[in-house]
Design a protein around this ligand. Structure first.
Ligand SMILES: [Zn+2]
Length: 65
């Protein structure tokens, strides 16, 4: 895993439900996906539609810091 030019980075995707009040505080935390992106191709925050176990449906997952 030597050479890294920094274009490919690992990101965390979090469902937009994280801010909603129906978040169960006893759950193991917020459901997240990890992914990777090319910073050159996607300079903005990545958004992907994925299945959220907390929403029990497909929702928009946004890249978080
Ligand atoms: Zn959700």
């Amino acid at each position: 895993m030597g050479k890294s030019k920094g274009a490919r980075i690992t990101i965390t995707l979090e469902c937009t439900c994280r801010n909603s009040s129906n978040l169960n505080k006893r759950s193991k935390g917020i459901f997240r996906y990890t992914s990777s992106k090319n910073r050159r191709n996607t300079p903005t925050r990545l958004e992907l539609k994925k299945f959220c176990q907390q929403c029990n449906s497909h929702t928009i997952f946004k890249e978080i810091k």
